[in-house]
Design a protein around this ligand. Structure first.
Ligand SMILES: *[C@@H]1O[C@H](CO)[C@@H](O)[C@H](O)[C@H]1NC(C)=O
Length: 144
């Protein structure tokens, strides 16, 4: 009897937690819909989407950004060279007009330093909003 009484709340808690974790893992865009394609070979999983992993993707490659020269120069001046190719990590090096899944923190840094880039909203992971600390409405101003 006691076991039965305890079981329901414990099960409910475990279920709620599992649901929470799963929601956190959802590979969806800022609208809560499936991520659209960003660019060939981009993303933490290098599969063309800005999908992320809450545990192993430390940099959080979640913004599908439209690269500009000003952004590349800004990042270089912050010690983040995105121009030089690194084949060993299948990184082609970026140039003006490319699309690429950039770190959410770097996207925000560039924005605050006057070198912000547009985000492709349908291809940008929802986790971005939490990291950059913006509502969807605010973030949309920087989206295409
Ligand atoms: C890319 O990888 C993520 C994580 O494994 C997966 O959720 C997503 O469906 C993949 N997308 C494509 C286009 O393969």
């Amino acid at each position: 009897m006691i076991a039965r009484v305890l079981f329901a709340p414990v099960f409910a808690l475990v279920f709620a937690f599992a649901h929470f974790v799963q929601a956190d893992f959802a590979q969806v865009n800022v609208y809560g819909q499936p991520l659209t394609f960003c660019a060939p070979g981009t993303g933490f999983f290098r599969n063309g989407t800005c999908a992320t992993d809450p545990v192993t993707d430390g940099g959080v490659h979640t913004v599908c950004g439209v690269i500009t020269t000003a952004f590349l120069q800004n990042q270089l001046s912050n010690g983040n060279d995105l121009i030089t190719p690194h084949p060993e990590i299948t990184f082609p090096g970026l140039k003006d007009g490319d699309r690429w899944c950039v770190y959410a923190q770097r996207w925000k840094q560039a924005l605050f330093q006057g070198a912000g880039i547009k985000a492709v909203l349908s291809a940008t992971h929802i986790k971005t909003l939490e990291i950059v600390g913006m509502s969807l409405d605010a973030f949309k101003d920087f989206g295409i």
